[in-house]
Write a protein that binds this ligand. Structure first.
Ligand SMILES: [Zn+2]
Length: 382
């Protein structure tokens, strides 16, 4: 058996932290039924990021579905700031306390990946970025990773297991192993072109046996509709990678292959897009799939209708206001609008998500959420 929890295990609280078992036992033994409001917030963001992108909300709602609780929160793909409650749950604490571990897990990891993806996309601008990093993570969460990356703004993903939940086809080029098993790059390129469906762009991996310039020209000369060459040069051969890209571009251009794009992959992160500005498209791996999680925490902020919380947290059920123009945020108590510093009227960002365990919203397609994220990130600075 793989070392994973089933959906049923997660839903029934079997991946909880042990201290919630202790808590639940005491509440049950003493028949303590207190109505609480809990809020999920991040006290800070990774690397002091100014904003994050929320995702994992739909799985969180599926986890909470059926429990006698009410939930409000930000929408999937929302921009959020530290201290803002992204999810607020009301109900008998005993009813849902043991779901906290799984609930945070759904939100923390997915939002971490979506946040990183949104940052990369903002850095890369119009140039496409594909998510190639599922191989570095446990395969059971591969679909989640690619969905979180895609809705965070990346343009495509490699894992075919994510196609169903994203509603879009996975994509990819060719691995080094193809050229190695065929024994020759040119022959591998030709076979790819002969056999692979015409709808798949002809992007040839041009660094398996010899210099990138040479293999890129071999690809250009042997494939009629060559869309691009991919450079995935290993670290030990990199030297000055931006110079290598410039050389490849030059050699392709002077021979009339101006339309052949240069696709770069291997160890890329936020600084790569400026550094490798002559590349046309990127494949990102670990920097996205292993993105720092958003350290959301869940805290009681009201008990039996009264503001009540621990040290270091703000009590009371809060409203998050958002400015539709500049995306500024404000956390308020007992009011539903305010004026933004930019002059625009701020509106509540939270919506009703669940009433007595029933989900109130329709789950949006990943593509629609992604379009919204792309609009959002244009309105904010890093
Ligand atoms: Zn504003």
């Amino acid at each position: 058996m793989f070392y994973t929890a089933s959906e049923e295990d997660i839903k029934s609280g079997k991946t909880t932290d042990f201290y919630f078992i202790n808590t639940k036992k005491i509440l049950e033994e003493k028949n303590i039924n207190k109505n609480v409001v809990v809020e999920i917030t991040a006290s800070g963001l990774p690397n002091n990021y100014r904003w994050g992108i929320l995702s994992g909300l739909y799985e969180a709602l599926l986890l909470l579905e059926g429990y006698n609780i009410d939930v409000i929160g930000l929408e999937e793909g929302s921009l959020f700031y530290q201290q803002e409650p992204v999810l607020t749950i009301e109900g008998n604490y005993r009813e849902f306390c043991d779901l906290e571990t799984a609930l945070l897990g759904f939100l923390c990891q997915s939002s971490g990946i979506s946040t990183k993806s949104a940052r990369l996309k903002k850095m890369a601008g119009e140039k496409p970025i594909l998510s190639f990093g599922v191989r570095r993570m446990h395969p059971t969460i591969a679909p989640m990773i690619d969905r979180a990356a895609y809705l965070g703004g990346l343009d495509g993903f490699s894992c075919i297991g994510a196609e169903k939940i994203i509603g879009k086809k996975a994509s990819g080029t060719m691995p080094h192993s193809l050229a190695l098993i065929i024994g020759d790059s040119r022959e591998a390129f030709i076979l790819f072109d002969q056999i692979i469906d015409k709808s798949i762009p002809r992007i040839m991996l041009a660094d398996t046996f010899c210099d990138e310039k040479r293999e890129a020209l071999i690809a250009a000369e042997s494939i009629k509709n060559l869309a691009g060459v991919r450079l995935d040069t290993p670290g030990s051969r990199r030297g000055n990678m931006s110079k290598i890209i410039q050389e490849v571009r030059w050699e392709l251009d002077i021979r009339g292959y101006k339309d052949v794009k240069i696709f770069l992959s291997g160890g890329l992160d936020e600084e790569s897009f400026k550094l490798f500005k002559d590349a046309d498209a990127f494949g990102v791996g670990t920097s996205v799939s292993n993105a720092k999680t958003i350290d959301f925490a869940l805290d009681i902020v009201e008990v039996e209708g009264k503001p009540f919380t621990k040290r270091g947290k703000l009590s009371g059920k809060k409203t998050v206001l958002r400015c539709p123009k500049c995306m500024a945020g404000k956390i308020v108590y007992g009011k539903t609008s305010d004026k933004c510093a930019c002059g625009e009227k701020m509106k509540p960002a939270q919506i009703n998500l669940m009433k007595k365990g029933k989900i109130l919203i329709d789950f949006e397609d990943a593509s629609d959420i992604r379009s919204n994220v792309l609009d959002l990130i244009k309105k904010v600075e890093f």
